[in-house]
Design a protein around this ligand. Structure first.
Ligand code: WT7
Length: 650
């Protein structure tokens, strides 16, 4: 293993930091010794209509039940907006930067209140009630945040679907949660290209309704002004409706454990799961991690480059920052449009202090050359962050030196859709940094490394990453399928939450995430179940069987490698590869585009018919000399053909 370059906390990072080393150690110890007392104290960081008297009531055994602050009542929209009005009504809440550098907009907390109340009233008057599921399929425009907060205000449960997903994927999500109200836009705009959101929504509804769903209304925001298909009686114009609506809407009193949102995420098997998060604990946890992990100070300009279609956007563009009264920047575009300087130009333009992005973006921009960075100032930056996948030390050092001019600490934040908020991360004033390590657990988080037999490993070790006890931001269930929740997360290791990640702990107690140990891959920070891509492939008439694995990719982290067996009589060709790529994009969305397709006369299977993915992974990595034991294969000869025709020959 190459030597680790430790970056010690610099005096200037410590100087005004909220948490220093001693405070971290003390608070961490307190949080583990007495979680009740710790969270009773920090639970008060949000405003409650009825204060909670119970703090923690959680069990990872049996039926698995997770409740935090269970007798308190509150409202997420109230906490993100109303409670700031007196003190910072005229301060910017959302700083919007358009795809086109000439477009931007500042929305103050008072304006945010107005927009959200109007939209909440539109939803109410169109029959949306507390507990109803509302699907949001939007570009990165302020209305996406208004829509989330308006749902929260009236107690509706939002399900945001990333704008890059296909009509089929959108349909599946509408159907699964029986959502009858959809909010979308005419078109999205990304990197100068238009995304037909309304047309996709129309298609999705057609598909979903065939499967028995019923969508009552589609509320359409005007983004590009494109002429779109209109279904009278169903489709509603956002402009027309909100302009008529009142700017007052009482926030609904929500129990701490009332659902706030559903967010679909991929697992190792089956359809995407509806991860359910609730109100009180989620808001306490996201606001607290936002404050301490980014060392957020009043007045800071904070920018997270994620899309609100992912959990990062939910927790660290919308709920966490707004609950803290921050100025949160929302970016409609992409890192390389108009050119590879865009991020750094936006940082200079808006004097961004805290910047949070993904390793895949860092690697892509690193590849574009230092000049794009160096021609900008970036003087305003104080803290840098990354999320989504392991960051390689080379990319870390580039981010630190070239982007940050060695002035800003990097917080490498490990977490998941399921965890709601950051679980393992440095704190800027407290944690010595090791490039590539997410470092130490946040307050209240108890990571454990477990071997294949379920034995908990102590000291420096490598194993499967579990979390031993609950934290307030944790998901509560899989929407509509609690059994799947128990099976997926709590059955591999009894009494523990299993993350699906492999991890190493070093001699300093630092955690190094090594990646997924299940059939989930991480492509450009987007999580994908290999089974989903396989099922998209086999839905093509010429495909009889498919197996999909990840392989190391310089920019994306992992690429998508597909082994495809064709129906008899079909012949593999470059055209067919293109056709299959287009087919998968169409079925799932562009983020699932296969990088490599290998036509295979047969797949390596055990005598009981199980595909040996270990072998397929090795071949995809061009590491076929280390295939290991292939004697259990039903037909060892298929491996020779696979090796011979591998697509990643070095
Ligand atoms: C998976 C969760 C959490 C927001 C974005 C992704 C990987 C995430 C890191 C990191 C190494 C990371 C893990 C995890 N991951 N952050 N800092 N270092 N790996 O959320 O789509 O639910 O994916 O992303 O493998 O399990 P997600």
């Amino acid at each position: 293993m190459s030597e680790v370059h430790v970056h010690q906390v610099k005096p200037e990072w410590k100087k005004d930091a909220l948490i220093d080393k001693d405070t971290y150690e003390k608070w961490y110890k307190d949080s583990i010794d007495d979680p009740e007392a710790f969270w009773a104290k920090h639970g008060k960081r949000i405003d409650w209509f009825t204060p909670f008297t119970k703090v923690k009531n959680t069990s990872f055994n049996g039926d698995v039940s997770i409740k935090w602050f269970e007798d308190g009542t509150t409202n997420a929209s109230y906490n993100c907006i109303d409670r700031h009005l007196e003190k910072r009504g005229d301060q910017t809440a959302i700083l919007w930067e358009g795809d086109d550098p000439a477009e931007d907009q500042k929305i103050s907390y008072r304006e945010l209140h107005e927009h959200v109340c109007r939209l909440a009233n539109v939803m109410k008057s169109n029959g949306v009630k507390k507990g109803d599921r509302v699907t949001i399929y939007m570009p990165m425009i302020p209305e996406a945040a208004y829509a989330m907060l308006a749902c929260a205000r009236i107690g509706a449960v939002h399900s945001v679907v990333f704008g890059g997903f296909s009509p089929d994927s959108l349909a599946g999500r509408i159907e699964d949660c029986r959502s009858d109200f959809v909010i979308t836009a005419d078109e999205g705009l990304r990197g100068g290209k238009k995304v037909p959101l309304k047309a996709n929504t129309d298609k999705a509804i057609e598909i979903a309704e065939k499967a028995g769903a019923k969508v009552r209304n589609v509320l359409v925001v005007r983004r590009t002004g494109a002429d779109v298909n209109w279904v009278d009686g169903r489709d509603l114009s956002y402009d027309d409706e909100t302009s008529k609506a009142s700017t007052d809407c009482e926030p609904e009193k929500m129990n701490a454990e009332d659902p706030l949102f559903i967010l679909y995420t991929s697992g190792s098997t089956g359809k995407p799961k509806g991860v359910l998060h609730t109100t009180g604990g989620y808001l306490v946890y996201t606001s607290m991690t936002h404050q301490y992990v980014f060392d957020y100070h009043e007045g800071d300009i904070y920018w997270c480059t994620a899309d609100v279609g992912w959990v990062t956007g939910h927790s660290y563009i919308v709920y966490g920052p707004l609950a803290n009264g921050a100025q949160t920047l929302m970016f409609e575009g992409v890192p390389n449009y108009p050119d590879a300087s865009r991020f750094w130009q936006v940082i200079d333009k808006h004097k961004v202090n805290i910047f949070y992005t993904a390793p895949t973006a860092i690697r892509a921009l690193m590849g574009a050359g230092d000049d794009h960075v160096k021609k900008t100032s970036r003087k305003s930056l104080r803290v840098l962050g990354t999320v989504g996948e392991p960051i390689n030390p080379e990319a870390w050092e580039w981010y630190y030196k070239v982007v940050g001019d060695e002035r800003s600490p990097i917080v490498d934040t490990w977490w998941q859709t399921e965890t709601g908020g950051i679980l393992i991360s440095p704190l800027p004033g407290a944690t010595d940094l090791k490039p590539g390590s997410a470092t130490r657990p946040f307050f209240g988080v108890r990571p454990q490394l477990v071997d294949g037999d379920g034995k908990v490993l102590e000291g420096p070790a490598s194993g499967n990453l579990c979390i031993a006890d609950s934290w307030p931001g944790q998901m509560r269930t899989v929407y509509g399928d609690h059994e799947r929740f128990i099976q997926t997360y709590f059955s591999t290791y009894k009494g523990k939450y299993f993350t699906g990640d492999g991890c190493r702990r070093d001699e300093d107690g630092y955690y190094w995430i090594t990646g997924r140990v299940d059939d989930v891959i991480n492509v450009s920070g987007h999580r994908m179940g290999t089974a989903e891509v396989e099922s998209a492939l086999v839905s093509h008439p010429k495909v009889s069987e498919a197996a999909v694995v990840g392989y190391p990719h310089d920019v994306k982290g992992q690429g998508i490698y597909c082994y495809v067996t064709l129906m008899s009589g079909e012949k593999g060709s470059e055209e067919l590869k293109k056709e299959l790529v287009a087919h998968v994009r169409n079925e799932i969305g562009p983020i699932a585009s296969p990088d490599k397709i290998q036509f295979a006369p047969g797949l390596p299977k055990t005598r009981s018919g199980k595909i040996m993915r270990r072998i397929l992974r090795k071949i995809a990595e061009d590491d076929y000399r280390a295939l290991g034991d292939t004697s259990t294969l039903a037909d060892p000869a298929v491996v020779e053909d696979l090796v011979e025709n591998r697509q990643n020959k070095r």
